[in-house]
Ligand binder design. Sequence first.
Ligand SMILES: [Zn+2]
Length: 376
Amino acid sequence: MTAAFDFALEASDGRARTGRITTPRGEIRTPAFMPVGTAGTVKGMLPESVRATGADILLGNTYHLMLRPTAERIDRLGGLHGFMNWDRPILTDSGGFQVMSLGALRKLDADGVTFKSHIDGSKHRLTPERSMEIQRLLGSDIVMCFDECPSLPADRDRIAASMRLSMDWAARSKAAFGDRPGHALFGIQQGGLERDLRAESAERLRAIGFHGYAIGGLAVGEGQAAMFDCLDYAPEQLPADRPRYLMGVGKPDDIVGAVARGVDMMDCVLPTRSGRTGQAFTRHGVVNIRNARHADDPRPLDAACGCPACRNYSRAYLHHVSRAKEIIGSMLMTWHNLQFYQDLMAGMRGAIAEGRFDAWQAEFHAARAEGDIPHP
Ligand SMILES: [Zn+2]
C-alpha cells in the first residue's frame, strides 16, 4: 500500500458536489452510497455482484463483527477484505451507535460503555481505544471515531452533554488511531437539531483534525423536514475540502435532498433489508412485489433498469418467489434495489458535473409523482 488517502472535488452545482476519494484499495466516486455488509456480507449478494451494481465501497459493522466471529479471528485470517472476498475500500462504524441502541443491555460511563451481547448475553466493553483497535484488526480503510448518540427527541442538556462526551472520545480516538498511511479516520459531528451545538462540535473536530467528517445523530426519528433543516447548515460547518458523510441515510428522496445540501457519502440498510421483504425502490416510487396485482404481470419490475431481476425475470416471477420466500426472491430484489441506489448516485454525479442538478432533481420528483406503471 503506497497511495495516500485523499479527496478531490471535481465540480459543484449549488451546494451539491461531486469528486473522488483516493485510497490504496481504489477510488470512491462521490456522492457515494455504501451498501451495508453488516456481518461480513451484504445479505443475499456475492461481493462481485455488489461491485457490478457500481458500488465503490462497503460498510462493515464493528459491533456485529467483534461479537462474531471476533476481530481477532478476522485478523488472524488476514483481515476483513480477504475474509469476505471484497478487495475494495471498506468503512467500518465504531460500534457506538449499535451499542447505544441496546438500551437496558448497556451501561455508559465517561470512559466507555459496557454491554451484553444480543447473541449470548456475554459481557463486552467498548472504549475509543478498543474501537480503534478492533477497526485496525479488521483492516478497515475508513475508520470512524467512537461516539455516543442520543435518540431524538432528547432535551438540550442531554444532547449537549452527549456531544461533549463524544468530542472527548473523538480526541481519544485520534490519539489511539495514530499515524496509519493509507487509512483514514473520520470524526463525527453531533449536537442533535441544535445549530450552535453542531457548530461547537464542528469546531472541536476541526481542532483535532480528521481525514473526513461525518454528520451523526440524524435519521434517528426526527423526520425528513427536521433532518433537512439541520442539513441546511451542518455540512457547511465542516471543512469544505474533506468528505462529508451522512450516517444511516436513507430513502431515495432523503439521499437526493442530502446531496443537494452538500453531503458526499451515505449508507443505509434500506435497499438490502427492503429487498428481503419484497419492497422494490424504483424511479416511480416503492413497489411491493408481493401485492396481488403483480401475480400475472409479464412485464419487468423496471424496464429501464439493467439489473438481472429486471433483465431476466417478470414481475409475476418476482412476485411468486418473494411470496414463496424463495432465497432467489431476496437475492433478485436486493440486487435490484442496490442497482437502483447506485444508478441514482451515478445520475446525480453526472448531473452535478454538468451543472444540471436542479433539472435532474425536478425529473426525479416528477417520475416519483407519476407512480408505478398501471395494472395491465
Ligand atoms: Zn432492476
